[in-house]
Design a protein around this ligand. Structure first.
Ligand code: IPE
Ligand code: IPE
Ligand code: MG
Length: 228
């Protein structure tokens, strides 16, 4: 399934619908989150083969703290297990891990795990996998504006240079699963000229073939950036 001519360098996904996937099966929400991790694994494996340089996945928003404590704990536990179990595979597949958002504010064991994973994959080059953890775009923009102000220059270039995604290619395609048509505070600055793709598929059901369908769709879009 290798298609390298779709032209999308950076693809981001709002991975939504885990809870509804579980509900449909009369399972607890955590079962949906577990199935969601499996979908992440398959998509990350496929992304490199599809010629995607960078992928940003929305895993936990700065607003997701509003959920019941049990669910937050389940999500953090799954996150830790995912990093631990897949680190070797990232290393083997030349995947560089990146984390965006206010992740340093998370529990110290999570922070330590992330720091180790970032360090171990820092030399990898084929695909960058950015996981958005405790991420909110408005929070990111405030941090970027503060950092820019500290240099004495508040301009588009200066703010862009201080975003969490500053070292990534421009965002080409933003996908949201589960049928919701909103951005939920994700990559607001970066999506200024990204193509948006919404699908009703629930995240645990999202397969590499569905990513390919989104890329095919992207390849047919006419990006005008305000010109003709
Ligand atoms: C997305 O699935 C995962 C996270 C937000 C962490 P949801 O948990 O939001 O699933 P729904 O939207 O309730 O179906
Ligand atoms: C967005 O999904 C956050 C993630 C996918 C991590 P939500 O399920 O939290 O978004 P809303 O609440 O429906 O807007
Ligand atoms: Mg949701």
């Amino acid at each position: 399934m290798t298609t390298k001519n779709h032209g999308a360098r950076h693809v981001a996904i709002i991975m939504d619908g885990n809870g509804r996937w579980a509900k449909k099966r009369l399972l607890p929400r955590v079962a949906g989150h577990k199935a969601g991790v499996e979908a992440v694994r398959n998509i990350v494996r496929a992304a490199g083969d599809m010629g995607i340089e960078a992928m940003t996945l929305y895993a936990f928003s700065s607003e997701n703290w509003k959920r019941p404590e049990d669910e937050v704990n389940d999500l953090m536990g799954l996150m830790k297990r995912f990093i631990l179990s897949d680190l070797d595979e990232f290393a083997a597949n030349d995947v560089k891990l990146k984390v965006i958002g206010n992740w340093r504010a998370l529990a110290s064991d999570v922070v330590a795990l992330i720091e180790n994973a970032l360090e171990r994959t820092s030399g990898n080059k084929r695909t960058t996998l950015a996981v958005a953890l405790n991420y909110g775009a408005q929070d990111e923009l405030v941090r970027a504006a503060q950092a820019a102000a500290a240099t004495g220059e508040i301009s588009e270039a200066a703010i862009a240079a201080h975003l969490d995604t500053a070292d990534m290619p421009p965002l080409d395609l933003l996908i949201r699963t589960s049928g919701e048509v909103r951005l939920s505070n994700f990559l607001l600055w970066q999506s200024a000229y990204a193509e948006l793709y919404f699908t009703d598929i629930l995240w645990p059901d999202f397969k590499p073939a569905d990513l390919q369908a989104a890329l095919d769709h992207f390849a047919r879009r006419d990006r005008r950036y305000g010109g003709l």
